[in-house]
Design a protein. Structure first.
Length: 125
């Protein structure tokens, strides 16, 4: 009923979860930290660059499932500081075109590994 999706083009899960799960024609991408899979470290730069890395990780996972960013219907963006919203939003806009996916963007107290941003997505085949 559910099929795990995995790729080496995105960071490996750092806990007991899958990079993504496909079920019922939908792909649920776990929250992606801005980790460069080549180095295992956070991407360099500010929130724009970190957002791009998180979304590139989402993109590669979707590609492993045979999908693209155009298949995304919902995202969740978690920020360590809502003051970073404008920078995140600017980079986020580079990855989507109308009709844009639904989205929630919230500030949280802390993120794993001290990240500034984490992004999850739901896509439909």
């Amino acid at each position: 009923m559910k099929q795990p999706i995995a790729t080496q083009q995105a960071p490996a899960a750092i806990g007991p979860y899958s990079q993504a799960i496909e079920a019922g024609g939908m792909v649920f991408v776990s929250g992606q930290l801005p980790i460069d899979p080549a180095t295992g470290e956070f991407a360099e730069g500010g929130v724009k660059e970190l957002t791009r890395q998180s979304l590139n990780n989402v993109k590669h996972i979707l590609e492993a499932a045979g999908l693209s960013m155009d298949n995304v219907v919902k995202t969740g963006v978690f920020l360590a500081d809502m003051g970073d919203f404008a920078e995140m939003n600017e980079a986020y806009a580079e990855f989507f075109q109308a009709p844009f996916p639904a989205r929630a963007a919230v500030a949280v107290k802390t993120l794993p590994k001290g990240a500034l941003v984490e992004i999850e997505a739901i896509a439909v085949k």
